[in-house]
Design a protein around this ligand. Structure first.
Ligand SMILES: [Fe+2]
Ligand SMILES: [Fe+2]
Length: 285
């Protein structure tokens, strides 16, 4: 006879299989990342009216709006002014939040969205610093690394309460999740990424985002691991760079103190950007 916990794992897996699929635009966008020929017109064609409206709202928000002299009123113009990559990120982020918009406790989700978005922006910058080419992977990894927590919170409220009660105030405790649910939020996130057909390196990095010694793709694994710790306030900027160096990953050798200060400033800007995007995302409406 199966153990009750095995039954629970089966239920967790079944729930994951029935979770929402990502909008088609995200899948197309990720495929587009590989094509050098994609232009602003192609991208704007892929967007429906409500997504275009959201992109324009973010493009005119405090963070991005400052770059345009006049109000940005077409997606095409938004792409020209704030850049293809920025628009792509806005689409990925708003689509992702929109996918989970129907969930009951939108307010309660704000800290998780904020954390995820900060992690995405910092992971992308770390990918840039350490020349990890697939910056989209790093960004998406940050955005969805903790999605397993949402699944636990929404679909297993009793177990979620039990995990949190036993956590003694810690935000994450993988042992408790394993003990109570038979799976951790990281594993659940990996499964969701797999279901969304994300690249294998990304699926694995999400499933192991709490494993400092993850070896399958150590570059992406470390980027996600340290981005998460940095935005959680567990390590500061200099300590983070030091840990990358210790792990054998080097930032450009011609960077000295001045350059490092500038990079640190860029990381801070990214955190501000997160707040700006979030305040204009569907999750906040
Ligand atoms: Fe996590
Ligand atoms: Fe996290």
């Amino acid at each position: 006879m199966p153990q009750p916990q095995n039954k629970l794992i089966e239920k967790v897996i079944r729930e994951i299989e029935h979770l929402p699929t990502l909008p088609q635009v995200v899948t197309k966008l990720l495929a587009m990342a590989d094509s050098a020929k994609v232009n602003a017109v192609d991208l704007s064609k892929e967007m429906d009216q409500s997504l275009s409206a959201k992109v324009l709202k973010v493009a005119n928000s405090a963070y991005y709006g400052g770059r345009a002299v006049r109000k940005v009123n077409s997606v095409h113009r938004a792409i020209v002014i704030i850049g293809f990559d920025a628009v792509k990120e806005i689409i990925l982020t708003t689509s992702f939040f929109h996918t989970f918009q129907d969930t009951k406790e939108i307010e309660a989700l704000q800290p998780l969205w904020q954390h995820s978005l900060e992690c995405a922006l910092v992971a992308k910058r770390l990918a840039w610093v350490y020349r990890y080419e697939a910056m989209d992977e790093a960004y998406l990894g940050g955005l969805i690394h903790d999605i397993g927590k949402l699944v636990i919170q929404q679909h297993f409220p009793d177990q979620s309460r039990l995990i949190n009660n036993k956590n003694n105030g810690e935000v994450e405790n993988l042992d408790r999740e394993q003990e109570i649910l038979g799976m951790t939020h990281a594993e659940i996130g990996g499964r969701m990424a797999e279901q969304w057909n994300f690249p294998e390196a990304l699926v694995e990095a999400i499933a192991h985002h709490h494993d400092e010694k993850w070896q399958l793709n150590p570059n992406l694994g470390r980027i996600l691991f340290y981005a998460d710790r940095f935005v959680s306030g567990l390590i500061d900027f200099h300590r983070m760079l030091e840990l990358f160096t210790q792990a054998g990953m080097r930032f450009p050798l011609n960077w000295h103190l001045d350059e490092l200060k500038k990079v640190e400033e860029i990381f801070r800007e990214e955190m501000k950007k997160a707040a700006s995007i979030l305040n204009n995302s569907p999750a906040s409406q």
